[in-house]
Ligand binder design. Sequence first.
Ligand code: GLV
Ligand code: GLV
Length: 329
Amino acid sequence: AKWNVYVTRLVPQPALDLLAEYCDLEINPEDRVLTRAELLEKVRGRDGILCLLTDILDDEVFTAAKGVKIFANVAVGFNNVDLEAATRHGIMISNTPGVLTEATADMAWALLFTVARRVVEGDKFTRAGKYKGWGPLLMLGQEITGKTLGVIGAGRIGTAFARKAKGFDMKILYHDVQRSEAFEAATGGTYVDKETLLKEADFVSLHVPLMPSTTHLISTPELKLMKKTSILINTSRGPVVDEKALVKALQEKEIWGAGLDVFENEPELAPGLAELDNVVLCPHIASATWETRTNMALMAANNLLAALRGELPPQCLNPEVYYRQHGKM
Ligand code: GLV
Ligand code: GLV
């Protein structure tokens, strides 16, 4: 008999086709997040679940999912998963590192250019019929070439983001919990403490995972350290930035602008954020290219199939579950 697999929301077709070769698939037919009650019901009696960063996976879900071998999360970030609870329940969790690195780094650049050169403001202005001819002081922005880039988080995405600065003759500063020789070799960047980075960078881009230690990594004191002309870019996770504090800093022109792909209480926005001209807002689409979303879904599907075959999924986040079940630990 085929394995019984549930998919919590439609993902690109190649991944569904791959799963359908080996599994009886049920897919959430609606293009929306499952309610909590639906999720708790749908995980029952399955062998595996393909899930998304919008599904909150905790002890209650894993209790309902008795017998499920794996939740294959279509995302690199896994702050939606209580990994410790999954391990306790003997359920494997996998993520999709690597395949979305370049797309996410590209999006950070897209936001940086858009904010620095006022692309969205310019578009709105022009469409509204306000453009009455070239002006020497019309919509002046911030030059990017030759500036200092501040990268917080020196993992795969932060490294790719900084590497892409090569064409713009930038000085690169970075900060992380520890120095990274790989980052320095790939980017020529210099390791500095967070304060120095915030004070000296013209643009600050965030590439850390969401954890207790990175929650509100950027709040009022950090925003005050930044230059008045600086721009903050966030393509990581919303709660890394204290969004209320950011709204205040943008209103009071403590910093010059911000580009955000993620929000603290997604999909809600902090009061005042949407009214500001000096911020560009995107709906969590950094990995949203056809190629990347397909590759993410395929990677998740392959992790799921590996678990069902009794193999260690290549991107398993809690391999101790596998080793325990296979008597290797
Ligand atoms: C997207 O935000 C991801 O973590 O993959
Ligand atoms: C996440 O994929 C990272 O390492 O930046």
